[in-house]
Write a protein that binds this ligand. Sequence first.
Ligand code: Q9C
Ligand code: ZN
Length: 318
Amino acid sequence: MNIVYTPLHKKHNPKWEIFDEEKVPYAEVPERIEQIVKELKKQGMGESIIPPQEFSQRYIQYVHQQHYIDYLQRISKKEAKKRKDGYFTTFFINDLCAPVVPPTYDTAVASVNCALTGARLLYKEKLVYALCRPPGHHAEKNRMGGYCYFNNAAIAANYLSQNGKVAILDIDFHHGNGTQQIFYERADVLYVSLHIDPKIGFPYTAGLADEEGSGKGKGFNKNFPLPLGTNEDTYMKTLQQAIRLVKSYKPTTLVISCGFDTYEKDPIGGFKLSIPFYEKMARAIMSLDFPTLVVQEGGYNVDDLGKIAYSFVKGLEE
Ligand code: Q9C
Ligand code: ZN
């Protein structure tokens, strides 16, 4: 298995987000990815870690509006420099959980490059893990939000769709409203997600079971909203349903939007999954036997993220 990683992500380091009018410490911290890398190295996987390649901006343009891309670049390089707490934009945004700091644009591009490098590698490798940061699945065509600026998994899936149908399985605690929106009218990319019921959790505005896609995309979007406190038994049964859907779609490649905020001790999650359970999840997913790109999304228990990721990786590699 190849692991794509760059230390560039560390520069994107906002201190606060604003949630329900309150300024709260930013959960999406650089230590998240650093802890994962540290544990994978400790487990002898250091040799598998490779840096991302550079890609043309057009791969981002296929998914995000040019006007949005340019706006994010401009506020990173100009307006954000004058703010100590990061710049909370009024435009192109869904919530106040995506502050822009001066390095945000460049690190968001580097994060996309990790996902695209992984996608390109899938032509010769069976399995790649892209350690993307900032995460991406809340980023819509022209809106940032929920710690996300560019939609890494969507950009990679769109790249892979040149070569055949792609399935995206999103196992982050939160619904990937951005990924759903981007592919909502497309039949050549299936989006399947397990997440906290949006009636009770972020992102609130999308992720209900009756959102099934529209136009040509009708039937190619599937949401499994789950209650707060979901346990391993319910989660595995639901994951098996999701896996069956992916299997019957017969994609050429599979992209996993992989969040570890479903962990029982995640500070912003609310499911009850234990560290050893991630190995079982990965094994269930790998039973599909498609070339698979794992894209890092959320997961905020910095102390345990390394162990969670390693448990997942063990299941992937079996
Ligand atoms: N105090 C991802 O997992 N903030 N995004 C929630 C926490 C937004 C999550 C409030 C959560 C965004 C990629
Ligand atoms: Zn999440």
